[in-house]
Design a protein around this ligand. Structure first.
Ligand SMILES: [Mg+2]
Length: 197
């Protein structure tokens, strides 16, 4: 029987975080490097209006998301975790990108139980509905909101998500660390069982 509900973000979490950078640099004639990406609002880094960045994104999102590189360890770790837990992908991508996301997951042979395209960064409601035991994320603001709602977050370290973390957000460096944390957590004896063992 499966035990935990794992909610997982896509961009920057199971994909490499900076896969859009080369295209953005070519489009905006900039030369941003991964370490320069110190905030999530990319248009501010590029010094352009949000609407102008949005145009670039709308023109290029299908190709960018289709060709995104996968992070190291994602395939093997999620394959192992899926033997014991439910995997629910929850992304801020727009719903029209569902086929692109599903094809990308299939291409990388990543198992899943559900996928939700919210079209918004607000993930708390969906996480509560899915009864998330862990939410794996890369966006700092999401981590704080989810933690505030009582959900444990594993925040995968990126140059744009550094900052104070509450007790139920844990910063991780890579997917093998995520596998170990979830494995250790699920092997713990629940309080309710201790009396009868
Ligand atoms: Mg993300």
């Amino acid at each position: 029987m499966k035990s935990l509900n794992l909610c997982i973000d896509i961009d920057g979490t199971i994909t490499e975080p900076y896969y859009w950078l080369a295209s953005a640099n070519a489009y905006f004639k900039s030369n941003l490097q991964p370490e320069d990406v110190t905030m999530y609002e990319i248009h501010k880094l590029l010094g352009v209006d949000q609407a102008i960045y949005h145009n670039f994104y709308q023109q290029n999102c299908e190709q960018l998301h289709s060709e995104a590189d996968i992070r190291i360890g994602v395939h093997s770790v999620l394959t192992n975790l899926h033997n014991h837990h439910y995997l629910h992908f929850v992304t801020a991508r727009e719903e029209k990108l569902t086929d692109i996301s599903v094809q990308w997951l299939q291409k990388h042979q990543i198992p899943l139980d559900s996928i939700t395209h919210l079209g918004s960064h607000y993930k708390v409601e969906k996480a509560l509905e899915l009864q998330a035991d862990f939410f794996i994320e890369d966006r700092y603001e999401n981590a704080l909101e989810l933690a505030e709602a009582g959900i444990q977050v594993l925040l995968i370290d990126c140059s744009y998500n550094r900052g104070y973390l509450p007790h139920n957000v844990f910063r991780v460096s890579h997917w093998f660390q995520i596998e170990k944390i979830i494995g250790d957590h699920s092997r713990r004896v629940p309080e309710s069982l201790k009396l009868v063992i």
